[in-house]
Design a protein around this ligand. Structure first.
Ligand SMILES: Cc1cc2nc3c(=O)[nH]c(=O)nc-3n(C[C@H](O)[C@H](O)[C@H](O)COP(=O)(O)OP(=O)(O)OC[C@H]3O[C@@H](n4cnc5c(N)ncnc54)[C@H](O)[C@@H]3O)c2cc1C
Ligand code: FES
Length: 277
């Protein structure tokens, strides 16, 4: 049985009006919603549970990271990949329609206020990374993003227009350096004098489990602090069903954290990530 330390609070639904739904790459959609209460409270790394349709099926809500929030206009954005029936139904929603959202949920990143922040985003892990990159103040920031191919490098234009330094990697070599985002992270870290790295650099990352495990290993090797946002499968999203438990890295007794309330952001040393030793 998971032993989460966070209280289970049943959050309130916000009926959000769809402002815009646009395809940003084949199978990838950006959805902008008018949800003033969520927009006014969201921090990077938090997520919303989306009731993708008013029909009975699919019954469970689907979790998506908040990719941007603008308290002044009361709007939020999510960016998602169509992978199954829930995300497909969501992609069919039109401007003007009402969508029920629970949120903002989870804890969000602890944003540093000095030093250098390396933000690592893999594939559709980019939304919270982008939101964090544009929210951080008082730090040197570099986004290191990886995707399968050039057209899946999400938020490219936005990063350029905001002047946020970023490095790109693609698995097929169609943009940036060919290879994995973790290779670019190691290269970037090697630019720092080793004695400075530990004190001045922090990594924030979101992406597939194997990428997060590799990023955590790299952070440990370089003695760098690292926060990871974990996108575990979820049901309720607010601490009731215990369906999102991940094992903590504790010696002795088996302890668990709930991704939906204790996370989705964890210190990389706190939980057992896939493939980590
Ligand atoms: C906190 C959090 C934030 C997330 N943020 C985003 C986001 O910003 N953009 C985005 O595109 N997706 C995000 N996801 C993943 C997203 O929730 C799932 O892709 C979505 O729920 C799939 O629903 P579906 O009905 O379309 O697919 P399903 O029919 O439920 O599943 C289709 C396939 O996708 C796989 N799948 C489903 N959920 C996940 C998951 N969480 N991780 C890995 N594989 C999964 C299934 O194993 C199956 O193979 C996030 C998940 C979490 C927990
Ligand atoms: S406890 Fe239900 S999804 Fe986390």
């Amino acid at each position: 049985m998971p032993n989460s330390s966070s209280p289970s609070i049943v959050p309130v639904d916000e009926p959000a009006r769809t402002l815009e739904q646009a395809a940003v790459a084949p199978g990838f959609f950006r959805l902008r919603l008018h949800a003033p209460r969520i927009a006014g409270n969201a921090v990077p790394g938090q997520f919303v549970q989306v009731r993708v349709t008013d029909d009975v099926e699919p019954f469970l809500r689907r979790p998506f990271s908040i990719g941007d929030a603008d308290p002044s206009s009361g709007s939020i954005e999510i960016l998602y990949h169509v992978v199954g029936k829930g995300s497909r139904r969501l992609s069919e929603r039109k401007a003007g329609e009402r969508i029920l959202l629970l949120g903002p949920l989870g804890n969000g990143f602890r944003l540093p206020d000095s030093g250098t922040v390396l933000l690592v985003g893999g594939g559709v892990g980019m939304p919270p990374v982008y939101f964090a990159a544009k929210s951080i103040r008082g730090c040197r920031v570099c986004v290191i993003q990886g995707a399968r191919c050039a057209e899946r490098l999400l938020y490219r234009d936005e990063l350029v227009s905001l002047g946020i330094p970023h490095r790109e990697t693609t698995e097929d070599g169609s943009a940036g350096s060919k290879g994995l985002v973790t290779a670019a992270l190691i290269e970037t870290l090697s630019d720092f004098p080793p004695d400075e790295t530990k004190e001045t650099v922090e990594i924030l990352a979101c992406g597939p489990p194997a990428m997060l495990a590799a990023v955590a290993d790299i952070a440990r090797t370089h003695g760098v602090r690292c926060q990871v946002s974990v996108e575990e499968r979820m049901a309720c999203g607010f601490g009731i069903c215990m369906g999102c438990a991940v094992q903590k890295r504790t010696s002795g007794t088996r302890e668990y954290a709930l991704v939906c309330v204790d996370g989705p952001v964890f210190d990389a040393t706190q939980i057992a990530l896939a493939h980590s030793p």
